[in-house]
Each structure stands twice: as C-alpha cells, then as structure tokens.
Design a protein around this ligand. Structure first.
Ligand SMILES: [Zn+2]
Length: 299
C-alpha cells in the first residue's frame, strides 16, 4: 500500500514525506572498512528517517543549524539509545529526552535543547515508533469522573495529523509571538518552551520537592518562562509583579491561545466513559510504556 512506511511500523503515516534508507556506512573504495567503527557500521545497515518539524524552523535564530530547517534526519533506535533510556540519572535530572533525541540525530550541529518541545516530540515519537511500532497501550482518564481504563491508541495517526506553525513570529527567525490579553487589554509577547526550558522547570520542581516546599507556583513558573514581555516591560521582576495582578481570565486566555496555536503532534483520542456519560476527546499521556512497551504489557 502506497504511503505506508515500514520504518514507522507500516501504518497511518501517509501524510509524511519521510524516507527510509538502508545505508551501508563507512565503506571505502574496494569495500574494505577503514576503521573498526566503520567496519561495524558496514556490517549493520543503518536505518534512517527524515521527519518534518512542526515549527518549519521558522522560530530559530539565523546562524543556528535549526534556522529554516524544515526536516531532520534520525537513525533508528540502537544500543546507545537503550543505554540512555536505562540511565536513571538522566531520568532524574530531566535530561533523558534531550539526550535520547540528540543521540539519534544525524546532524551533529543541531542542539536538541534549543528545539521547541513540539519539534523534539515528533522526533521522539518517530524514534519510539521505529522500534516498537505505532500501537501504544496506555491508561486514559475520564476528565469528567476520573475513571481510568487501558486503551490501545495508534501513534501513527497523531503523526499524520501533525499541525504546522501557523502564527507568524513578531520578528522573523524568532520564537516570539504577540497576544493581547482580553480583560486587561495588555499586550504580551510570549514564546514556546524548548528542551532547555523544560529541563529548568523540571529541576526547579524537583528542588522544591526535595526541600519539602508545597508548590503553588506552577502556573506562575510556566508564565514566567513563556512571557518575554508584558505591557512593554521585559524585566523578569516587573513581569512577575504584573503576572500576580492579572485577572485569572487573562492568564487562562493566554494559555489557551498558546495551546490552540501550538504546532506539533496533538496526543488526543476519542473516549467514551463507562463510568459516566462522557463522550469526547481526551489527552493521551506519555507513560513509561511509551518507550518501554514490554514493561507493563502482559500480552
Ligand atoms: Zn467518566
């Protein structure tokens, strides 16, 4: 069937312009390997996959390897990736995803920490699919009554329905966008989070937990990361002060606007609850079984 891609489990990926190549690497004229490394590479043909970036590279500064980068190539999952996934220190310090995707990129100039989470997630999901297929067994939770039940979702569908960046950055090649808060009328400039931001938020959270601090600053922490200018002020201290005074409706409107326009893979699936009368779409969480499906799969 045309459009199916064996690398991505052979299903539901017709919308993508990815390609699979079997590349015998490290071969020198005459067919003899040049080094031990290239000998190993010549023995095992490398699987590669080109994936589109939801940002189309439009948010990255000139001079960055990601600037105007519309697609990136990754290899399939190999032993180095398994090592990263089993390294508990990477999991503890929030570094696992960055390391995992970085190790699979064929372009060494690209720094994953600088990538939008949306771009990184596409590569991460493709990596997962390349190893374990598109079928993902996960616990879905009813947003109405909290009933949880296992479900098998098709990750290929999410990749096919990937949304590309539709907002124009305020300045070309920048991750800065504009929004007018509806209640206060204040102008904001915001940005979408990167791998580096996520790591910082994660480490802040961990540090607070270690010190026994009950965190009521989650929304503030996130807003402080995404808002780069508020009512014309760009100093962190002033932005923080204004954030504390903003009506909740403004905060919600900003976060909703960002979510509605965020590029990337939307992990949402239809759900009919057995515990109540809820029918609608629910979020699909990324659980441990996303990258280790064998760990809780009894089938
Ligand atoms: Zn329910």
């Amino acid at each position: 069937m045309s459009g199916r891609n064996e690398f991505l489990g052979g299903q539901n990926t017709s919308g993508l312009k990815h390609r699979e190549e079997l590349i015998p690497q490290g071969q020198v004229p005459g067919g003899l390997p040049a080094t031990n490394t290239s000998m190993a590479k010549s023995l095992v043909p490398e699987r590669r996959l080109m994936l589109p970036l939801p940002s189309r590279g439009l948010v990255y500064p000139e001079g960055s390897a990601l600037c105007d980068c519309k697609e990136l190539e990754i290899t399939g999952m190999k032993t180095p990736q398994l090592n990263i996934m089993s390294n508990t220190s990477f999991i503890k310090n929030g570094e696992m995803l960055n390391r995992l995707v970085q190790s699979a990129l064929t372009n060494r100039e690209v720094k994953v920490e600088q990538m939008l989470l949306a771009d990184r997630f596409v590569l991460f999901t493709a990596l997962r699919i390349s190893e374990y297929g598109t079928s993902y067994r996960v616990g879905l939770t009813c947003p109405s009554c909290g009933t949880k039940r296992p479900e098998v979702v098709d990750l290929g569908t999410f990749i096919d329905e990937m949304k590309f960046l539709e907002l124009a950055p305020l300045v070309p090649h920048s991750n800065v966008f504009g929004f007018k808060l509806p209640s206060s009328g204040l102008e904001t400039k915001f940005r979408y989070l990167t791998g580096a931001d996520e790591k910082e938020l994660y480490l802040n959270q961990r540090s607070k937990q270690r010190h026994g601090i009950v965190d009521e600053q989650n929304v503030t922490d996130t807003l402080m990361k995404v808002i780069v200018e508020l009512a014309g002020y760009d100093s962190k201290g002033t932005i923080n002060q204004i954030i504390q005074e903003l009506p909740a409706s403004d905060t919600k409107a900003l976060l909703k606007y960002m979510a509605d326009h965020e590029p990337g893979v939307k992990m949402r699936t239809p759900f009919t609850c057995y515990g109540c009368d809820f029918t609608g779409k629910v979020g699909v969480p990324v659980e441990a079984s996303f990258i280790a499906p064998d760990s809780n799969d009894s089938e």
